[in-house]
Design a protein around this ligand. Sequence first.
Ligand code: DOR
Ligand code: ZN
Length: 375
Amino acid sequence: MSVAQLPGLVDAHVHLREPGYEYKEDFATGTMAALAGGVTTVLDMPNTNPPTATPDRLAEKARLAAAKAVCDVGLFVGATHTEGDAYLPVAEQACALKIYVSDTFGSLRIDTLDLMHRLFRGWAEKADAVGYRMAGVGEGIGPITVHAEELMLPVCLCLSQLYAVPLHIAHVSRRNEIELIRVAKDRGVPVTCEVTPHHLFLSTDDLPRLGACGDMRPRLATPDDVAALWENLDVVDIFATDHAPHTLAEKGIGVEPARPAVPPGVPGVETMLPLLLTAAHAGLLDLGDIIERCYTAPRRIYGLPEQPDTWIEVDVDAGYELTNSSLKTKVGWSPFAGWRLYGRVERVVLRGAMVYAGGAVLAAPGSGRVLFAAL
Ligand code: DOR
Ligand code: ZN
């Protein structure tokens, strides 16, 4: 057994589903899954029901997370057509702003230039007043993170450039997108990006096998797109999972008759590190690449605080088959079930306390902190 000690990782893109979809996941189960994956900080998305679009809803979500979470949680606010930029007075209490301009799950899609212009201008004005948050300092606001595929990507790059607002591109999946982000970075646009494990390790070739369990937004891309992500890894700032649990029944598994429309998304927070360690085992990455993209860069981009006395211990040689029954996510499935993986999280220590060991979560509900919130 060869044990490596790594920092507690960050998953900068998860959907923990509370409030409104607790039957899929909640702050307890989602953060337990995070610890099992060596993740001690998650950043939670705003497309809940109701969406995290107003000061009251952000405060309510912070209370829910504070009562249940076993790892640290940052909360995104989201822009909506109905509430516009109502979140602005509490922007500093969110980890960042999320804007959806492409096909997604939930009601947060923005599709007018009027509103996009107002959202970027409002965020830039807020930053003029309070600044952008830097890692470890804790004051100011985070970046704008966008779900922007295909032609919506240059729209967002342009607004980011015009307003000098730091832009983070969620789940890049295609060759044309990663190549355009390289050009934008070379030209000085303040842009960073993330890639999910499912877009790195799965492609359209896997769809016949996975069916609805391979359906997410962005969709799985072609093998050439996957190759482009690996070729351009130097442009990829963050690995983040887009942990988006839906039940197997919602995916139409075991349900008759077959459902024409299923909600897009796959769980992933607890399988990211084992998959990346498996890639390292195969010589595609090294531990430094993982630490940079799952710790250093997300902390810098979102200005996350230090977690003192926090680390994870990983058996980098452990080989095993991933099974659904071993998972802590409430939905109990993974598109990677049946894969042979190398690398297992053995122990997690958060602020000096052993919170996960030997497959069991030891932390008490509510021992995780809600970052930036005024509780
Ligand atoms: O696959 C996805 N699932 N993409 C999204 O944009 C949303 C997410 C979800 O919340 O289920
Ligand atoms: Zn997402």
